[in-house]
Ligand binder design. Structure first.
Ligand code: GLN
Length: 187
């Protein structure tokens, strides 16, 4: 099993560290041909506009859209998974890869609380959810399952073998089991 981590911008190194804690091999994905040897793909947190621009410029968009194996997008990555994206001024932004039937609003927690940590629960286990200038998932279609909620809004959702998380599992040691769930989708 080899996991690819999109490593254009953002905290891809932290995902690599988290996977190596679990004993899972990973490679950095920068070029379209890097997608061919991997069993799953992670789109990390960072700056969604920058990642989007460079994915298009470097010719990776089509490969990501055609990638049939599991994909997990975290924070900026979750924004890029979405069908529709609004910025904090409620303006539509054409930055996402249209991989899941969700709508997201960027930087939706406001400047007062740009970053915070809170306890979340998944599979009966409590862990620390780290949110950094996080988006909110504001709508999800019928094919989308909500796996974790915080204050009545979804923070981790699944559609088939695709996951979107508005928090950063790579930044809390007690959240590593989220990767195991993701990798269970490789079948
Ligand atoms: N605010 C960033 C964006 O909109 C996402 C932040 C993150 O990935 N931690 O792209």
């Amino acid at each position: 099993m080899v996991v690819g981590i999109l490593s254009i911008q953002g905290d891809f190194e932290e995902h690599k560290k988290a996977l190596s804690e679990l004993g899972i091999d990973s490679i950095f994905v920068k070029y379209p041909e890097d997608l061919s040897g991997i069993d799953a793909l992670i789109i990390p947190g960072g700056e969604s506009t920058t990642i989007s621009r460079l994915v298009k410029k470097w010719g990776l968009l089509e490969g990501i859209q055609k990638f049939e194996k599991p994909i997990m997008g975290t924070c900026a990555g979750a924004i890029l998974m979405a069908e529709y994206v609004l910025n904090e001024f409620d303006e539509a932004e054409d930055i996402s890869f249209h991989l899941m039937d969700i709508s997201v609003k960027r930087n939706a927690f406001g400047r007062q609380i740009e970053s915070f940590e809170t306890k979340l629960k998944f599979q009966g286990k409590e862990f620390t959810g780290v949110f950094i200038r996080a988006p909110k998932i504001t709508r999800h279609g019928d094919a989308v399952k909500v796996l974790i909620e915080y204050q009545s809004s979804p923070v981790m959702v699944q559609q088939g073998n695709k996951l979107a998380l508005t928090f950063h599992p790579e930044l809390s040691p007690d959240a590593l089991f989220i990767y195991e769930y993701f990798l269970s989708l490789t079948g």
